[in-house]
Ligand binder design. Sequence first.
Ligand code: SF4
Length: 63
Amino acid sequence: MKVRIDEDRCTGHGRCYELAPAVFHEDERGHALVDRPTPPADQEEKVRRAARNCPEQAIVLED
Ligand code: SF4
């Protein structure tokens, strides 16, 4: 799995770094940054959950 943020869509709701804090963190505006663009297997379900819960559909997953 690979994950990235569509910065044009992210408006900073923060669901991603609440649901998968080992993979995402926030910048000074509350927008998401990706710490681990290739998440380890034990984080994949959390990343998928974060993607489903992003109100802006800003989390892009590639398998
Ligand atoms: S949940 Fe979506 S909109 Fe909110 S910070 Fe994360 S990527 Fe951005």
